[in-house]
Design a protein around this ligand. Structure first.
Ligand code: MRU
Length: 346
């Protein structure tokens, strides 16, 4: 077991230190990202993944560019910074935290009038984004834990854990709080084909935490909920529309339908930075499609013919009516998501 929590993204003065999540659980290896192109590539290739962690990486990516640029003219600096922001935004389309973090960095520049000041406040803001996320995730966990009892068994999909955030995670945050309080929450993790975030990351992360975790393949979900006394399903989110429709890892929608059919509560745990009030419903959320080889292969081994036609959406949208509650750092909201989500931003 690991004694200290792993930080997936960290600022290290001249570079970003990044946990290479592709190598887990076999190897715990940290990369040094020294250019904004490295950051783009890390997000695109899933070296860093999970909506809040992507946002933190993007904020530090802009800070990195800022520290390195030779531009001395403030207007030129600002206009180039906007271009670099748009460049990072082109790495992955679905997780809104990426766009949220870029916007937040661009907006603090408004407070500066020289390149020197802008450099300082951008780095401060990027560090603040990371620090705040830790507190936010802890609050999510504290609200979430109140929904569960000792010995409850939760099923989760993909990885919405500490390594997908600054610390604690969103859907996995109640497991961290449970440990602190001496409660024994148990978990089932679905493997999450094609990239296996559930098997490689969630099952490993919970095992490191000392949680009683059981791994299943994605097609075992209905049978497991029915036969293993699952108390609730809890997942993270990549983007929550103004009406509560939630984009999360592919398979989440099916899981929500199954939970509904079997009468098990289905919770989404996510920070306000994942709520996109400007997007009215899930219909408007762009779903990333990834390379067909992710489906054609398993751990680098071909499982079909090389030219097999493939459909590989990375996310799906769960309609809000299937969601029992959305747990944020401000508490849980239920029912009229449209009004209650809007209220959170007032
Ligand atoms: O493709 P990924 O691994 O970035 O997808 C991640 C998810 O779907 C997570 O559930 C979501 O980002 C929430 S992470 C706290």
């Amino acid at each position: 077991m690991l004694n200290t929590p792993i930080r997936s993204v960290q600022w290290s003065d001249t570079h970003i230190t990044l946990l290479d999540q592709r190598l887990l659980p076999g190897k715990i290896e940290f990369l040094s990202l020294t250019t904004i192109e490295d950051v783009w590539d890390a997000i695109f290739q899933l070296k860093v993944r999970g909506a809040p962690a992507i946002g933190i990486a993007a904020a530090y990516g802009l800070a990195l560019w800022t520290q390195q640029t030779q531009l001395a003219n403030f207007d030129k600096f600002r206009s180039e910074l906007e271009k670099q922001g748009a460049y990072l935004e082109s790495s992955r389309p679905t997780a809104v935290n990426l766009f949220w973090a870029v916007k937040r960095i661009l907006s603090v520049v408004e407070q500066a009038s020289t390149v020197e000041t802008a450099k300082k406040i951008i780095l401060t803001e990027a560090k603040l984004i990371e620090k705040e996320d830790e507190g936010v995730c802890r609050s999510i966990g504290e609200y979430a834990i109140d929904l569960f009892q000792d010995e409850d068994i939760l099923l989760t999909h993909c990885n919405a854990g500490g390594i997908a955030t600054a610390r604690y995670g969103t859907a996995l945050a109640p497991f961290y709080i449970a440990k602190e309080r001496g409660l024994n929450l148990k978990a089932y993790a679905s493997e999450t084909r094609p990239v296996l975030q559930g098997a490689r990351l969630t099952a490993w992360e919970l095992q490191q935490l000392g949680v009683d975790v059981t791994l299943i393949t994605d097609n075992m979900v209905a049978h497991t909920i029915k036969s293993k006394g699952i108390t609730a399903v809890i997942v993270g989110a990549d983007r929550i529309a103004a009406n509560g429709d939630t984009a999360n890892k592919i398979g989440t929608y099916g899981l929500a339908l199954i939970a509904k059919a079997l009468g098990v509560p289905f919770y989404v745990a996510a920070p306000l930075s994942t709520i996109d009030i400007a997007t009215s419903s899930g219909e408007e959320i762009e779903i990333e499609e990834r390379h067909p080889d992710e489906v054609r292969t398993l751990n680098g081994q071909a499982i079909t013919t090389p030219d097999m036609k493939v459909f590989n959406p990375a996310f799906d949208v769960t309609p809000s009516e299937l969601i029992t509650g959305i747990i944020t750092e401000k508490g849980m909201i239920q029912g009229d998501y449209q009004t209650k989500l809007a209220d959170l931003f007032k």
